[in-house]
Design a protein around this ligand. Structure first.
Ligand code: NI
Length: 174
């Protein structure tokens, strides 16, 4: 299967809200498989459909530790139905390469979602998986983790990131 191209900030599509998935067909299942392959190749622990240019409410996650077996989750139309506790952990994103920042999230969340056959599930998680669920669902709302930083930190990010992009462009031209 081909690896999908991951969009990088400031691609306009990353700011769009994705509509619900209504058809659970082979096309959806193929997209989910391709996204998983792209995520593992990156490597990353989560990927949302808008990051590969598809506006659909689909995310893939695998937050298993490196010494554990893989635990791949395909979540269609996912939503956080409850959350508790405050956490502040460092996050990064395949769409914002080279930048990490502490983001405020719930410590533990319950996610309701459908699998690629349309069956409903609920999953409660804390730790990395809990944060990952919140981060990936944000993508479906057109939100990046940098949108959750304070205005000051966000403007510092923009400055730093755009400068980095410019330097990369100049290197490519040279
Ligand atoms: Ni992300």
């Amino acid at each position: 299967m081909p690896l999908l191209k991951i969009l990088h900030y400031p691609a306009p599509l990353l700011k769009e809200k994705s509509p619900l998935v209504t058809e659970f067909n082979d096309e959806l299942r193929q997209l989910a498989e391709d996204m998983a392959e792209t995520m593992y190749d990156a490597p990353g622990v989560g990927l949302a459909a808008p990051q590969v240019g598809v506006l659909q409410r689909l995310i893939v996650l695998d937050c298993s530790a490196s010494d554990e077996p893989n635990e791949l989750i395909f979540a269609v139309n996912p939503e956080i139905i409850s959350g508790e506790g405050d956490s502040l952990e460092e996050e990064g994103c395949l769409s914002v390469p080279g930048f990490w920042a502490n983001v405020k999230r719930f410590t533990q969340v319950t996610m309701r979602y459908q699998d690629v056959e349309g069956i409903f599930h609920e999953r409660t998680a804390d730790g990395l998986l809990g944060i990952c669920m919140q981060h990936e669902i944000d993508h479906l709302q057109g939100l990046l983790f940098v949108d959750r930083l304070s205005p000051l930190k966000r403007s510092l990010f923009k400055k730093k990131y755009l400068k980095m992009l410019k330097e990369q462009e100049q290197e490519n031209e040279a």
